[in-house]
Write a protein that binds this ligand. Structure first.
Ligand code: NAD
Length: 478
């Protein structure tokens, strides 16, 4: 018997949760349930994270959380419950299998069986955003070595366990050489530990295009958070419906399982929603907690039901379906099929599908880190970079010189193009005159001089070398 936490959420959430629980209990799931409230009602009661402190206690005690979709109220100030839960609980891996059910569910891609392994805690989802000038806002993209190592290792271990042949990595490291560059580099390092599994890297734009066009070319795909968020919805949709896919959010201690779709408020309370997405989440949960026989039984009955043409409205087509049913009738049909296997679709066998236990991240020895310069960002409303350079040169110290100015990353001084469009957000790079040691005092002196000359500094970024290697980007066009 395993004690788990459930939340029925908003919109279609309660209906699909009831259907899901009915099916898994009928299949013999050994679960004790603690129900908590999350979502719209909790938000509107004034709790900006959509969940109460008592509910966190229950989630942390039970460690396994099955969550129906929630509605995030419109307007500012409400934090995403999903992002908060994933990050608070360290749920670093988001696993989303997307499989075609051809010819029973209409799809342009009959041969598609992809698993997207999405990094779940960092990247642009760190949620660190600032407005810095009248014209410019920024969002920090944070990628860490532990984050990359954990997710990439998870993808390879998952592929090994599931007998999958290939792991593909998508990044945009031709542009983001530090952040996506690290993800790609770690992918290459870890791939070497799994010689039996094929590995490849695609630049995300062409990779995504290829995935949408010929998904049969892919198997497991691992990627940073934002790309994974977008592409896992695309992958689920092109199998036939977002209503069919579930997702597992896996951490070292806790895990959360859900459907990938939202609360579809317009469909709520009508007994029409497809419970399959949440059911797929529940099946992953049952595997995770070792109830693999129950998971297998439910999955095979679900495949048989779809094969029988018993379909909810979202996948109903006269050419491929036999009977259009509501949420409850669909659940009853799956229950009636428990113990049966699909005839044409491949029946599943989940004997090995238990939770993966990865070695904890080992911090590497620190590199030799050396400060070699500083970027000082300024808010300046002029338009001519040569004029700005004249002003900024006034803050130079005897040993730190202005070496470059960029605007939105493109070099505009020295030798900029007059055609380049400039905003009011300028990066001024200072380097030492000779190859000498730079200290934090140099930075403070520059900032003090900026105050004296009425220059509006908005932030600084230190320029470092790690083990002698420059660890910052050049200006575009530099
Ligand atoms: P959505 O996924 O809720 O719905 C989009 C459309 O997809 C629906 O109108 C419906 O036609 C269809 N659909 C989705 N799930 C279905 C199902 N199970 N059966 C049949 N049809 C289904 O996306 P949305 O309308 O953009 O978002 C609605 C709310 O859900 C928003 O408040 C959003 O913030 C929230 N949301 C929550 C989660 C989550 O809790 N994990 C995820 C995404 C969106």
């Amino acid at each position: 018997m395993k004690r788990i936490t459930i939340a029925k959420g908003d919109g279609i959430g309660p209906e699909i949760m009831d259907a899901t629980l009915k099916i898994i209990f009928a299949a013999g799931a050994q679960l004790e349930i603690d129900e908590i409230q999350v979502g719209e009602k909790v938000y509107l009661e004034g709790n900006t994270s959509g969940i109460s402190a008592e509910s966190w206690d229950i989630i942390r005690r039970n460690k396994i959380f099955l969550k129906a979709p929630i509605t995030t109220p419109q307007g500012g100030g409400y934090k995403s419950l999903n992002v908060t839960t994933r990050k608070f609980l360290g749920l670093y891996a988001n696993v989303r299998p997307c499989m075609s059910l051809h010819p029973f569910v209409s799809t342009k891609h009959p041969i598609m069986d992809i698993v997207i392994v999405r990094e779940n805690e960092e990247d642009l989802y760190a949620g660190i955003e600032h407005q810095q000038t009248d014209e410019v806002v920024q969002c920090l993209k944070l990628i860490s070595r532990p984050g990359c190592e954990k997710i990439v290792r998870y993808a390879f271990e998952y592929a090994k366990q599931q007998n999958r042949k290939k792991v593909t990595c998508f990044t945009k490291d031709n542009i983001m050489k530090q952040t996506d560059g690290l993800f790609h580099q770690v992918f290459d390092e870890i791939a070497k530990e799994y010689p039996e599994i094929e590995n490849e890297h695609w630049i995300i734009d062409i990779g995504a295009a290829k995935m949408a066009d010929t998904p049969e070319a892919f198997d497991v795909i691992v990627m940073p958070n934002l790309y994974g968020d977008v592409l896992s919805d695309v992958a689920a949709q092109i199998t036939g419906s977002v209503g069919l896919a579930g997702s597992a959010n896996i951490g070292e201690e806790c895990s959360m399982f859900e459907a990938i779709h939202g609360s579809a408020p317009r469909r709520a309370g009508q007994n029409v929603a497809n419970p399959s997405g949440l059911l797929q989440g529940a099946i992953m949960m049952l595997n995770h907690i070792g109830q693999t026989e129950v998971a297998e039984k439910v999955q095979n009955a679900w495949l048989k039901t779809l094969e029988d043409g018993i379909h909810t409205y979202d996948i109903y087509k006269e050419s491929t379906s036999k009977q259009k049913v509501g949420t409850q009738e669909f659940a009853d049909a799956v229950i009636a099929n428990l113990g049966q296997k699909p005839a044409l679709l491949k029946a599943v066998s989940y004997a090995n599908n238990t939770a993966l236990h990865l070695p904890p991240y080992q911090r590497k020895p620190a590199a030799n880190k050396q400060l070699v310069g500083v970027d000082i960002f300024v808010h300046w409303e002029g338009l001519n970079p040569n004029e700005l350079a004249e002003t900024i040169k006034k803050i130079e110290t005897y040993d730190m010189n202005l070496s470059m100015i960029t605007n939105r990353g493109i070099k505009v001084w020295p030798d900029g193009f007059k055609e380049t469009f400039c905003t009011d957000h300028w990066r001024c790079r200072f380097k030492p005159k000779e190859k000498q040691t730079v200290t934090k005092e140099h930075v403070v002196n520059l900032l003090q001089n900026a105050i004296l000359h009425n220059i509006d500094t908005i932030k600084t970024e230190n320029l470092y070398e790690f083990d002698g290697k420059a660890a910052y980007s050049l200006g575009q066009g530099q």
